[in-house]
Design a protein. Structure first.
Length: 315
């Protein structure tokens, strides 16, 4: 039998230490508290609050459609391993909500942000045309930064209550700092929108997504190319005729289309109006990758405000 040399014993000991360290690191990572968030807009908001106190996993990729994105088996499993699941709700994440329900049934704490911030309902126009699904709750609350302030405070409370191992003072401090940034955003949006004359504060969008912004900042919603609160619906020829008539009556020649979706339907509307319709892209339902125009919620809202002013004033 060969006796190990001094160098061999030293290498063996070193390898043992390295493997032990790696195992410890893996265990430490596995033991980290986890927050899983469905949409990337809520993901950014939650990350601002959580900071480094827990791992935040966002299921929805940049530039995705919250109405249609789905989960892999691995992502679905992550929901059931979370300490807290934050989701928009009100029917927004149409292919994901059943997985959230399964996680809740398995004992995971879940928080439905949209339901907690006094949601609006889709309204009906005076001529009987539906705005989205009349009477149903509108899930797109994030277009009102004041409701996002409320949601952010509630998310902080949920993290403190349900995620073991986080430092409450740090979470509260992060939430307070972000609340100040959101308050500054609201003030800036109010000042910026003041540049748009009242008669031009009329919105036509790809689908009904800006009801909260309209309610908060005094806009009129003329209609949408897709007369629904979801991108999964399709307009009929009569829908398009009704919308073009309403646009002519209101003197509206600008359509705002979601940047994460092809604007084919808005182009169809341009044809219905015999040209002369301007299509302006907004970041309405998804953040972009970092550095691509709307990498955070704050960047998205500022970019949208600027684009809306440009689209409605011709600046």
């Amino acid at each position: 039998m060969t006796t190990p040399t001094r160098g061999t014993r030293w290498l063996s000991a070193l390898l043992t230490l390295v493997l032990a360290g790696a195992a410890t690191a893996c265990t430490s990572s596995d033991d980290r508290p986890r927050v899983v968030v469905t949409t990337n807009i809520l993901g950014d908001i939650t990350q601002q609050i959580v900071g480094d106190e827990a791992d935040v996993t966002v299921l929805m990729k940049p530039n995705a459609d919250p109405h249609s994105f789905g989960l892999s088996a691995v992502q679905a499993a992550e929901l059931e391993r979370a300490d807290l699941v934050v989701f928009n709700g009100l029917g927004l994440e149409e292919n994901v909500l059943r997985h959230v329900a399964a996680a809740r049934e398995s004992g995971v704490a879940t928080f439905e942000a949209g339901k907690a911030v006094d949601p609006l309902t889709f309204r009906t126009h005076g001529d009987g045309r539906p705005e989205g699904e009349a009477g149903q709750q509108d899930p797109h609350f994030w277009t009102d930064p004041d409701r996002v302030r409320e949601a952010a405070g509630l998310i902080a409370a949920q993290v403190v209550e349900n995620v073991d191992g986080v430092d409450e003072k740090t979470i509260r401090a992060n939430a307070d700092r972000y609340d100040e940034q959101l308050a500054d955003l609201t003030a800036w949006m109010e000042k910026s929108f003041a540049r748009i004359p009242d008669k031009r504060r009329a919105l036509v969008t790809n689908h009904h997504v800006f009801g909260y912004l309209a309610d908060r900042f005094g806009f009129r919603v003329i209609g949408a190319v897709i007369p629904s609160g979801t991108t999964l619906a399709s307009p009929s020829s009569s829908d398009l005729r009704s919308l073009t008539q309403a646009m002519r009556e209101a003197g509206v020649r600008t359509v705002f289309a979601d940047s994460s979706q092809p604007n084919r339907l808005a182009e169809v509307l341009r044809n219905e109006m015999d040209g002369g319709v301007r299509v302006v892209e907004l970041y309405s339902e998804s953040l972009t990758e970092k550095g691509k125009g709307a990498g955070t919620y704050l960047q998205m809202m500022r970019a949208n405000t600027t684009a809306m002013i440009d689209g409605l004033t011709g600046a």
